[in-house]
Ligand binder design. Structure first.
Ligand code: ADP
Ligand code: MG
Length: 346
């Protein structure tokens, strides 16, 4: 309210959090050099949104890896960045591009310690890329499944609580992650950073370019999917259907991450996708009899993996539950009796 008109720049600022749907040509007073008839008018600096990055300003470096919807490169843009370059073949049509822009517009609204920093995006086809801070740490996936690092309970609780905080923030902002998994969680000097939230709808459209099994399901993905999603996979072709992701399905996925932290492996390890889909869709869970952990630790799993979405706790409650995990039982010690969990099959 202390702002005066002179504080306001002539540069267009996105009106609040409105979804971006235009090609941002502003009344440009003759400055915008848009070529007549060009669907993608050249954007003058005055007509750019504050998070648009001209592709030529990005220095693309080595390939870090490729995921479901394109390749991730190390890059330079005012320092080290990660550049997610999208496979434009899957974003050819207007509708898909629109969807991409909408997803990016949710991405840019986030500011939280435990979420990757969104820096901007290149939005001019054929160059479509998302630019974020570069994580120097390793993913939880690398720690747990490749390096076989063991997380004691203190560290498990610490990591899980940071995930809950980042996720609680996302949910408060109305953003469903849709792809929470150990590959999308970085740990850097003990600090947790979550990536790839809200991008799933685009990734889904890019299934075709990845190695996947007969059902068109990318490997290492199934065990994070809640029963309601499994059931919709059973009923439909995953390419056609809007899967019922929700805050509660994110909580289910968190349960799987909690299991990975505790066990060092994924639930339903080694089982074929059809079997996993069938079991989870029926409400069966990974048995916990061999898991050496206290009752309260296993209860968190059972809560997150509840069959009915409404029975799953939210991240604020999860954070509180983890806070109350008794200190003296945090370290697994052979002198402690193993608490038998209630039946995993419910
Ligand atoms: P996935 O999440 O399934 O591994 P992605 O396309 O998201 O697939 O990532 C591809 C690779 O790039 C992975 O090895 C991932 O760890 C890495 N990566 C993604 N984002 C970043 C980032 N911001 N900083 C560093 N590495 C990243
Ligand atoms: Mg990822």
């Amino acid at each position: 309210s202390g702002s005066t008109d002179s504080d306001r720049t002539p540069v267009r600022v996105d009106s609040q959090d409105s979804q971006v749907s235009d090609t941002e040509t502003v009344t440009d007073g003759g400055l915008g050099a848009s070529a007549a008839g060009n669907r993608w008018p050249r954007q003058s600096s005055l007509s750019m949104r504050e998070w648009d990055i001209p592709f030529d300003e990005l220095k693309i470096g080595e390939l870090i890896g490729s995921g479901r919807f394109g390749a991730v490169y190390r890059g330079q843009w005012h320092g080290d960045v990660a550049v997610k370059v999208l496979d434009v073949n899957y974003l050819k049509d207007e509708k898909t591009l629109e969807q991409f822009k909408n997803e990016v517009s949710t991405f840019r609204k986030t500011r939280h310690e435990n979420l990757i920093l969104f820096m901007g995006a290149c939005m001019k086809p054929p160059q479509l890329a998302i630019v974020t801070s570069l994580s120097k740490g390793m993913t939880l996936y690398t720690h747990i499944h490749l390096r076989k690092d063991k997380f004691n309970m203190t560290k498990t609780k610490n990591v899980a609580q940071q995930i809950s905080q980042g996720m609680g923030y996302l949910h408060a902002k109305g953003i469903v992650h849709k792809d929470l998994k150990s590959k999308n969680i970085f740990v850097e000097n003990g600090k947790v950073v979550i990536t790839d939230f809200g991008l799933f709808s685009i990734t889904k459209l890019c299934f075709g370019n990845r190695k996947s099994d007969s059902l068109g399901i990318p490997p290492g993905w199934l065990c994070y999917l809640a029963p309601e999603i499994m059931r919709s996979l059973q009923a439909h072709n995953p390419h056609d259907v809007e899967l019922p992701f929700s805050k509660a399905s994110d909580v289910y996925a968190f349960g799987t991450v909690w299991y990975e932290l505790l066990c060092g492996e994924w639930p339903f390890k080694g089982q074929p996708p059809e079997a996993v889909i069938w079991q989870v869709g029926k409400g069966m869970k990974q048995p916990l009899a061999n898991l050496q952990a206290s009752r309260d630790v296993k209860d968190i799993l059972m809560l997150c993996w509840s069959f009915r979405p409404g029975d799953r706790p939210d991240f604020i409650r999860l954070h509180n539950i983890m806070d109350k995990l008794p200190k003296k039982r945090l370290e697994r010690s052979p002198s402690h009796p193993i608490h038998l969990s209630r039946s995993a099959e419910s």
